[in-house]
Ligand binder design. Structure first.
Ligand SMILES: C[S@@+](CC[C@H](N)C(=O)[O-])C[C@H]1O[C@@H](n2cnc3c(N)ncnc32)[C@H](O)[C@@H]1O
Length: 280
């Protein structure tokens, strides 16, 4: 049975409420691996003092904070996200920044009184069941001289951190990702990302390709951390595997990881990130 967009969204909100604290600690606040993109995105949207910025699907606020450092006291940044937990964390670690505001809002349905000079959205476009609706909404609230900045992960074959596990797990659990779930790497090529943004009417679209390095440690660290950090509904599916299947799955992931493993056992993954900028 296919998942309805509204159900998917609800499930996603539950997942993000559960994983936000781990996500913030392990990923977002680390500036490691793919999160080197935060700095790049902020550079590419060319922030000026006094700018009004909206950071869509801001999560725990890492991009929002960096943008806030650039707009000065006369500018401000609004971070918007559907996860109540993520917004709570964002507010907590940014409570001294008077030019940041965090709100709960859905990318497909938000409305504000003002228009923004810059709108950013890092690692979230692929979560929106109706990304076109979200992009239209972003354009509606972007000033006519404004800039859009979007970061996404590359296709899973160029992000082996995800691909290695996904390729193996789906052989054991075909509905690991429920049918009808929007594919998380559907904007993982320059063309697919550009085309979606073009559809909505944005101009001067440019997509830059970055390959960052990420080391999750050795194989046991990589696999152990995956099992430790994965969201509950996914973990429940993994727990249904027989012991022998689990063992086989682990071996398969290990095999997939071999080509990225150095002699000392440490894995070093390449991680492709695409950053798009566009004008109204
Ligand atoms: C991978 S995190 C990225 C967070 C942040 N932009 C960053 O770079 O750390 C994805 C975020 O998208 C949010 N999200 C998913 N669907 C959303 C929607 N429809 N509207 C707003 N936020 C959404 C999740 O709650 C989560 O915080």
């Amino acid at each position: 049975m296919k998942v309805k967009p509204s159900e998917y969204k609800k499930r996603n909100m539950t997942i993000w409420n559960e994983v936000a604290p781990r996500y913030h600690k392990r990923w977002a606040s680390s500036n490691q691996g793919p999160f080197q993109s935060t700095k790049k995105l902020v550079e590419l949207v060319n922030v000026k003092k006094g700018n009004k910025i909206l950071d869509v699907a801001c999560g725990t606020g890492v991009v929002t904070k960096k943008l806030g450092e650039k707009v000065g006291k006369i500018g401000y940044v609004i971070g918007a996200d559907t996860s109540v937990t993520a917004i709570k964390i964002a507010k907590k670690w940014n409570d001294k920044s008077s030019n940041l505001l965090f709100v709960n809002a859905d990318a497909e349905n938000f409305s504000f009184k003002e228009k923004f000079d810059i709108i950013t959205c890092q690692y979230a476009l692929f979560f929106f069941p109706n990304a076109v609706k979200a992009l239209k909404n972003m354009r509606k609230y972007l000033d006519e001289s404004g800039t859009l900045g979007i970061s996404v992960h590359g296709h899973k074959d160029r992000v082996p951190f995800f691909g290695n596990i996904l390729d193996a797990v789906t052989q054991f659990i075909p509905d690991y990702i429920p049918p009808g779930t929007p594919s998380l790497d559907r904007y993982g090529t320059k063309k697919s990302l550009r085309d979606e943004v073009k559809k909505v009417g944005f101009s001067k679209i440019s997509v830059k390709d970055f390959v960052f390095k990420y080391s999750p440690g050795n194989f046991d660290d990589y696999w152990g951390d995956y099992l430790r950090y994965v969201a509950k509904p996914i973990k429940e599916k993994l727990n249904l595997l027989e012991r022998s299947q689990r063992k086989e799955l682990k071996e398969m992931v290990k095999e997939n990881t071999k080509q990225y493993t150095k002699r000392n056992g440490i894995i070093e993954f390449p991680w492709e990130v695409l950053i798009l900028t566009a004008k109204y």
